[in-house]
Design a binder for this molecule. Sequence first.
Ligand code: MLT
Ligand code: ZN
Length: 462
Amino acid sequence: MKSTLEILQKHFDSSSIKTEKEDLENYGTDWTRYFNPNPVAIFFPKHIDEIQKIVLLANEHHFVLVPSGGRTGLSGAAVAKKEEVIVSFDKLNQIISYNELDQSITVEAGAITEEIQNFAKEKELLYPIDFASKGSSQIGGNIATNAGGVNVLKYGMTREWVLGMKVVTAKGEILEFNQGLIKNATGYDFRHLFIGSEGTLGFIVEATLKLTRAPKEKQVILFGIPNMEKVVKVMNTFRAELDLLAFEFFSDATVDYVMEHTHVGLPLAKRYPFYTIMEFESNNGKNTELVFSIYQKLYQKGWILDDIFGGDEQTIKHLWGYRENISSSISSFIPYKNDLSVRISNIHSFLSETEDIVKNNYPDFIVLWYGHIADGNLHLNILKPNKLSVKEFEEKCKKVNLLIFEIVKKYKGSISAEHGVGLLKKDYLEYSRSKEEIEYMKLIKNIFDPNNIMNRGKVFDT
Ligand code: MLT
Ligand code: ZN
């Protein structure tokens, strides 16, 4: 019987296959640090028909394929640890077309998120999905995980921006969904099934994305805030009065890591337990005035303790750095990451209950909070103390996780708001989805992928 590698070598040009140890390690993992990569090879298709061909071969010869974009994911969905073949989109990364009247753009799945943003900018439009890893993440991965980021409050998740999609299913058919239409009431919308499917149903190979008007005169204000209760109250006060582009928060401890990693000083003259960063459109100064009048009231009440305003591009970038650089600044400390969400109305009680669990169970661990408070999405990161091995640390975190997930369940929240399930969260899926739902997910997977060749073992075991 031929090995998987021999099959690949027989059917594809050797320049499209990589097997060097360093490449296997690099392409075999994502930004999670808990899994040991062990793929057979990495395949770099240049045409969609090559994807179709490898899918048919995988079905015939029973090997497993792992779709691979920028591998900036945080749940292990792009990890290959069981002798899979990685299918990289690095060479399918073109912007195919732009339609001025439709205000849409059609791209190959390997197109880098930031390049799409820049292209939109050249056309004086906006592709609004934005997050720190945009410089290397690819749109196919963004769609496969329904990526969120810092502007969800205003623009929603990736799902809102996908007008059409071309996929190669796990059976090898090429299907086109929704053809760039805004309205299309003709039954089940498979586009939405593939969005967030984490590569378990097939390959997303092309997408048509909606663009929108770019906000003019963006302004940013960073506040120092005494506690989480006030973080929520400050946010609600502002968003009741004006249309915000973003409202994010981070705890004081995160600032040390960003300062160290990016060589900046404190964001404000003194330290405060929490910080928020709020972005809005100036609207010819009208919103700026409104923001300052609300700010003054909240300052007098003691809900806001200090502020710094950014009106020019450089200051805005500097202030955003305190939030956007947290993830990269802490990554060398192998954080145990939680990506939780609850309804806004439950945030406050959810947080105080979770904080109690965290304080009681991690008295000597460094605990960092940050995230998209306006989406009810909190990133809880626990840093590994030097004295513990990665394994010991992971074991301890997993135990406490169960307590936290019980609270998530009680509030009908999500154990993964935007990072996906992948390998990291699949054992906990039942905390957020019912048994019946999971059973339906498995049935759907089986319809598209009867031989289980696509990203096997991700999201759930089949
Ligand atoms: C973020 O919001 O910074 C990203 O989701 C990454 C992370 O959680 O570390
Ligand atoms: Zn996030």
